[in-house]
Design a protein around this ligand. Sequence first.
Ligand code: ASP
Length: 417
Amino acid sequence: MNFTKKILFAMAAGIIIGIILNVSLSNDNVIKDFLISNIFETISVLFLSLLKMIVLPLIFVSIICGTLSMSDPNKLTRLGFKTILLYMLSTVIAISIALIISNMFPYSINEIQENSFNGLDINEPKISEKNFILNFIPENFFFALSSGNVLQVLFFALFMGITASFIKIDIPVFVDLMENLNQILINIVFVIIKITPLAVFCLLAKTFANQGVDVLTPLIQYFVLVIVVLLIHFFGSFYIFLTLFSNLNPFIFYKKLKQLLIFTFSTSSSNASIPYTLDIVTKKYGVDKSFSSFSIPLGATINMDGTAIMQGCAAYFLASYYGIALEFTDYLTIIATATLASIGTAGIPSAGIIMLSVILEQIGIPLEGVALLLGVDRLLDMMRTSINVAGDTCITCIVAKSEGLINTKIFEDTSEN
Ligand code: ASP
């Protein structure tokens, strides 16, 4: 059985067992209590602790690697700057749409939050209680690390990465060390992800045993909402970007994207798709290889529109789920954190959901929420990865066009499609 099937199977099994426990046994039944409190709870918490354990080292190291890799002095010219700016802009737009649409369709889950989170401290200090800007800067980096202040760790990592990139030639040992560390951490993520099916089963069984079928409706709503926003961004934002920033024909852009979308859908990984994306971008869209070989790997590392959309919808959903009213500064925090975190999100399966904990932490939403979404995340991961890569392709074409690095004859040639 492949991994996706395993997750789907675990999901279905968790829901069924949970509902059976919920309807057939009373709340004070010893067996039900033992299963929920000891087995399901322990495994879900174990999984979450492993995620929490890896998230800070992962963002710290991958942000440094990301900035080091994109700061090749020869490449970080106007072209690089333009590309990075557009990558960031599209991510900000993506997550803003996610938050706006989420606000238009609020979740009605009042009953659920009342009885579900016994014992969870949801009253962590929120970033909005402090000055939004000042909160980015750590007075003491080690304190920021030990207290899990992700935004401050992000800031320090960016600062360190950019500074290091200026003296990159003089510090090869540091560069190698960071790259090696990055590889190790990514492999740790893969190991943790292996437990996902079991964790999904336990988490869903626990949730449904406690709450019955009530929880299904908001989860389905979340799932549908993410897909709708992904589609809006894909057909709306990319269309506007192409029309506004280049005079490339958006319909040709969409038409040629089909195969790439299917490929990334099946890999769930922007990184794994790099060779294929590069091939399509150069051969089908006619982008000059000298530019695409820089912008596509860069995009796979730092540009995650689909992921940001999932994170925006998820943050809103979980805030509603835990009965946390989001303030305006919370929205800004979500946008800023998701955009920054996308730089540190590896283009590998499930990286986005791990990074979600970064955003939740900032807003004071219990991390347990991540596990609740894991059940539906595998499918969403496939779709959002396609949007991530479509975004890389779109921006690459736009920048290439503005710099005369695209062969418009190849771009407009639709004979092969
Ligand atoms: N799988 C996504 C990608 O590779 C990242 C994510 O999990 O959102 O682009």
